[in-house]
Design a protein around this ligand. Structure first.
Ligand code: NAD
Ligand code: TYD
Length: 340
C-alpha cells in the first residue's frame, strides 16, 4: 500500500509517519509538506533514510503540483494532516486558515477523484463541536453533536469536514473523518500549551496562562491518536466520522502545575494574562464508537503520558531549542544541499 501523509513534517503527522514506517515495512510512506513555520524536517530525521519512506516538499493548495504528484506516485491512501493548526494565529490572520484548511482539502480530494484512491482520510478536531459548559461533566461530544464553531481555526476545520462529506455523497469518494481531542507528546511545536510550558519552565521564564486557567481540554497522548487513525484506515467504514479521545479532562492550570511539579520549578512562574477572545471553555469526547466498532483503546492516561512527554523534551533539547532559536528553518537547505 502506498500512503500519502500530508502535513507529515508537523507534530501529529510526524508521529504518524514514524509509526507507519516502523510498523509496516511493506508499505510505502510518502510525506508531503510545505514546511511552513510549523513544519520541521528534523522531526522526520529518524525515518528519512528508511527504504519505505520518501519526503516531498509541496503545498496542498497548489493544484498543478498536487495533480502532477498524484499522477506520478499512484497513492492508494491519503491521510491529510496538513493544516494551519494554532487557534491564536487564526485570530490574528484567518485568511491562511481558509486557504490551507478548506481549499487545500478541496485540491487534495479533486486529485483523489481524478487519479483514484482507495481512501481519503481527513484528520479533524473536537473543536468543530464548539465547547461544553464547565459545570456539566455529564455532557460529551458525540459524532452527531451539531457543529458549532468558535474560532476561525475551528470554522475552517468544520468547513473541510462538510466538504469531505459532500464529496462522499455527491461523487462517491471513499472518505473517513476522525475528530480528536487535544494531543501532546514528542515533536509538539512549542507555541502550543504543553511544550510551551515545558520550555518556559526549563528556562525559568514566565508562563502565560489565559484568563483564570479554568478552561478544560481532553488530553490524548499523540501515539494513541496515531494508532486510532491507522485502525480507521484499515477497518473504518467509508463515509463515517470517528471521535477519538481518552477521557482525560484536565484544566489548563492543573496542566501547568503538573509540569512545574515534575520539573521541580516554582508556581511563581505562572502569569495570568488576558484571555483568548472566544476562548472555548471545555472539550470532552465520547470515543465509544471507535472503541466498540473498531476495538481502539488508548495506551496512556494523562499522568503517564505527561511524564513520558517531559522526559522526551529533557532528552531531546536540540529538537526544540532549534525551534526556539530558529535554526530548524535552515535544516531543509542543509539537508538538500547535500542531496542534489
Ligand atoms: P502542526 O501545525 O504541527 O503541523 C501541520 C503541518 O502541516 C506542518 O508540518 C506544516 O508545514 C504543514 N502544512 C501547513 N500548510 C500546508 C500546506 N498548505 N501544504 C502542505 N503542508 C502544509 O499541526 P498538528 O498539531 O500536527 O495537527 C495536524 C492535524 O491534526 C491538523 O489538521 C489539526 O487540525 C489536527 N488536530 C490537531 C490536534 C492537536 O491537538 N494538535 C488535535 C486534533 C486534530
Ligand atoms: P492550545 O495548545 O493552543 O490548544 P487549543 O487552543 O487548540 O485547545 O491551548 C490549550 C489551552 O491552553 C487553551 O485553553 C488555551 C490555553 N493556553 C494558555 O493558557 N496559554 C498559552 O500560552 C497557550 C498557548 C494556550
Amino acid at each position: 500500500m502506498k500512503i500519502l501523509v500530508t502535513g507529515g513534517a508537523g507534530f501529529i503527522g510526524g508521529n504518524f509517519a514514524h509509526l507507519m514506517v516502523n510498523t509496516y515495512p511493506e508499505d510505502e510512506i510518502v510525506v508531503l509538506d510545505a514546511l511552513t513555520y510549523a513544519g520541521n524536517l528534523e522531526t522526520l530525521e529518524p525515518v528519512m533514510d528508511r527504504p519505505n519512506f520518501k519526503f516531498i516538499k509541496g503545498d496542498i493548495t497548489d493544484r498543478e503540483f498536487i495533480d502532477q504528484c498524484f499522477e506520478q506516485e499512484h497513492f492508494d491512501v491519503v491521510v491529510n494532516f496538513a493544516a494551519e493548526s494554532h487557534v491564536d494565529r487564526s485570530i490574528e490572520d484567518p485568511g491562511i486558515f481558509l486557504r490551507t484548511n478548506i481549499l487545500g482539502v478541496q485540491t487534495l480530494m479533486d486529485a483523489c477523484r481524478k487519479y483514484g484512491i482507495r481512501r481519503y482520510h481527513q484528520v479533524s478536531t473536537d473543536e468543530v463541536y464548539g465547547d461544553l459548559p464547565l459545570d456539566r461533566p455529564d455532557l460529551l461530544f458525540h459524532e452527531d453533536t451539531p457543529i458549532h464553531t468558535s474560532s476561525p481555526y475551528s470554522a475552517s476545520k468544520a468547513s473541510a469536514d462538510l466538504l469531505v462529506l459532500a464529496y462522499h455523497r455527491t461523487f462517491g469518494l471513499p472518505v473517513t473523518i476522525s475528530r480528536c481531542s487535544n494531543n501532546y507528546g514528542p515533536y509538539h511545536f512549542p507555541e502550543k500549551l504543553i511544550p510551551l510550558v515545558i520550555s518556559k519552565a526549563l528556562a525559568e521564564e514566565p508562563i502565560p496562562v489565559y484568563g483564570e486557567g479554568a478552561n478544560v481540554r481532553d488530553w490524548l497522548y499523540v501515539n494513541d491518536h496515531c494508532t486510532a487513525i491507522d485502525l480507521i484506515l484499515r477497518k473504518g467504514k467509508d463515509g463515517e466520522i470517528y471521535n477519538i479521545g481518552g477521557h482525560n479532562e484536565v484544566s489548563n492550570l492543573d496542566v501547568v502545575k503538573t509540569i512545574l511539579k515534575a520539573l521541580d520549578k516554582p508556581e511563581s512562574l505562572i502569569h495570568f494574562v488576558k484571555d483568548r477572545p472566544g476562548h472555548d471553555l471545555r472539550y470532552a469526547m465520547d470515543p465509544t464508537k471507535i472503541e466498540t466498532e473498531l476495538g481502539w483503546k488508548p495506551e496512556y492516561r494523562f499522568e503517564t503520558g505527561i511524564q513520558k512527554t517531559i522526559d522526551w523534551y529533557l532528552s531531546n533539547r536540540d529538537w526544540w531549542e532549534h525551534i526556539v532559536n530558529g535554526e530548524y528553518q535552515n535544516y531543509y537547505a542543509r539537508m538538500y544541499r547535500e542531496r542534489v
